[in-house]
Design a protein around this ligand. Structure first.
Ligand SMILES: O=C(O)CCC(=O)C(=O)O
Ligand SMILES: [Fe+2]
Length: 334
């Protein structure tokens, strides 16, 4: 079975379910029916358990403590042990030739992996034009929301998630076989507003070792909601950083000032990032912003299960289908 999207009950950076919230405009168009996700509706045992655990922790006020404990467990110095074991258990396959890659520009996986180890980020290559256009158009026509499991719904996302050039970078970085745990299309409807805390510097740590592949699906210039990262900060968190996973802009300036890098680029720009580095989204004035995020881990853990239930997945798939079917008759939202 293909992997479903990542969720960890203690995950800090996003909403509780793979909820898709439809814009009013789409509700009028009748698309919202398939878009709306009832957060309680889930029938997959493990997903249900994970969500139930998270809710219980929230209700009992224990969520912050549980998150602290998880951060200490995942980010503490003992992580060298599970990392070592994972490398022994899942050794990396040899690097493949990249003739079949759909990407251009991702040439030297070992150098790129070193760059990410050093700088937390490597801005590499671009999607082919036709692929970018298809994804961009899909994102323009979908209601704002967070769409999980896109590699199971969209051929371009699947091809990208399996791309040999990307896999070579992941293998070189992890030194073991990568595991895709999430393929999320994040479409926001108002970048001056930050419901998910993404405009604040934070770190994400989905597993013992993780790497994200981000693809912009808008042109991102310096006046837009660009991604901002404190280069190399995944190596400079210190012990304090285990418990201070969100920091103010002032603190980021003070501690990482010259290392802060804005990621700019046209739609289709790809960058790899270890999101254990402090990063955030710049607030902007855009009414739409679309970002594809593939999350890979060095292994799949017990808690790394799908956030979205089968029902949510089916709804997203139906919505994408509906939007594609109406694509020729509707004007894009942008
Ligand atoms: O959209 C962005 O630039 C940041 C997103 C983010 O923080 C994340 O996906 O972990
Ligand atoms: Fe993040």
């Amino acid at each position: 079975m293909p992997p479903s999207s990542f969720v960890d009950p203690l995950c800090e950076d996003s909403v509780e379910s793979g909820a898709v919230t439809a814009d009013t405009e789409y509700q009028e168009a009748g698309i919202a029916q398939s878009a709306r996700v009832e957060k309680t509706a889930t029938n997959d045992g493990l997903v249900w358990l994970v969500i139930a655990l998270r809710r219980t922790l929230k209700r009992t006020g224990l969520l912050p403590l549980a998150r602290d404990l998880r951060a200490i467990m995942v980010l503490g110095p003992w992580r060298v042990i599970p990392r070592f074991l994972i490398r022994q258990l899942r050794p990396a396959a040899p690097l493949n030739t990249i003739d079949d890659s759909v990407l251009t520009g991702i040439l030297d996986p070992i150098a790129i992996a070193e760059e990410i180890h050093r700088n937390s980020i490597a801005i590499e290559g671009a999607l082919p034009r036709d692929m970018t256009d298809r994804l961009r158009i899909l994102a323009e026509r979908l209601p704002a929301g967070e769409y999980q499991d896109m590699h199971r719904i969209d051929d371009d996302v699947r091809r990208l998630s399996e791309d040999v050039a990307i896999r070579n970078v992941l293998r070189s970085y992890f030194r073991c076989e990568p595991e895709l745990i999430g393929a999320t299309l994040d479409i926001s409807s108002d970048e001056s507003f930050d419901p998910k805390g993404l405009h604040e510097f934070h770190i994400d740590y989905p597993g013992w070792e993780s790497l994200c592949v981000f693809v912009y699906l808008n042109d991102i210039t310096s006046d837009k909601s660009y991604h901002l990262v404190a280069k190399g900060s995944h190596r400079r968190r210190g012990v304090k950083g285990l418990l201070r996973r969100r920091i103010s802009d002032e603190e980021a300036q003070r501690r990482f000032g010259p290392s802060l890098q804005a990621v700019l680029g046209p739609a289709g720009t790809i960058f790899f990032e270890n999101t254990e580095a402090y990063h955030r989204r710049q607030p902007g004035k855009e009414k739409r912003r679309a970002l594809l995020k593939l999350t890979y881990l060095s292994h799949r853990g017990i808690l790394t299960q799908g956030r979205g239930s089968k029902e949510q997945f089916a709804r997203t798939a139906r919505l994408v289908e509906t939007v594609r079917a109406t694509e020729l008759t509707r004007e894009p939202v942008l």
